[in-house]
Design a protein around this ligand. Structure first.
Ligand SMILES: [Cu+2]
Length: 161
């Protein structure tokens, strides 16, 4: 497939899954045990894959709303629901540690764990004044973290009143 044709296919896929994608994290959150763990196979990540938070920087003093920009090297982004090798989509953990069980879909938690299943690479967050942590975690088309895990360092910011 020529690059242009591939791009168009990806764009069409993004448009097509927009509605279904919105429901997937909710399903995962409300019925975490619905799919047997044995049925889940974590997708492999490339050895060079690296996720990082471009902005804000660690220790930054910022004002709300805060624009968080997601960086990714060594692999690509694909929307949730689209199975492509060496791709995934971003998840942002706010004031929350990464899941201890990496073999199941990442839940969606209001204000704590956000999915970017359309392939977004930034978000504007409204945060209360005070200290907050931000961390990225990549996951595959089924919202399951990759193997080995691709996560950013945890960044701490201070939102000023
Ligand atoms: Cu997800």
């Amino acid at each position: 497939m020529k690059p242009a044709a591939m791009w168009m296919a990806a764009a069409a896929a993004m448009a097509g899954i927009a509605t279904a994608e919105a429901q997937a994290p909710a399903t995962a959150a409300t019925a975490p045990g619905a799919v047997p763990a044995a049925a889940m196979e974590r997708q492999k990540s490339p050895a060079a894959a690296e996720a990082y938070i471009i902005a804000p920087s660690d220790g930054a003093k910022v004002h709300s709303p805060v624009t968080v920009r997601f960086g990714l090297k060594g692999m690509g982004i694909a929307p949730a629901g689209i199975k492509l090798d060496n791709t995934g989509h971003h998840h942002l953990f706010i004031d929350t540690d990464l899941p201890s069980d990496l073999g199941v879909p990442i839940p969606a938690v209001d204000g704590k764990v956000m999915h970017f299943g359309k392939g977004q690479t930034e978000v504007e967050l409204t945060l209360a004044p005070g200290k907050h942590t931000l961390q990225l975690l990549l996951a595959d088309y089924l919202h399951i973290p990759l193997d080995p895990v691709v996560a950013s360092k945890k960044v701490t910011i201070v939102v000023q009143p």
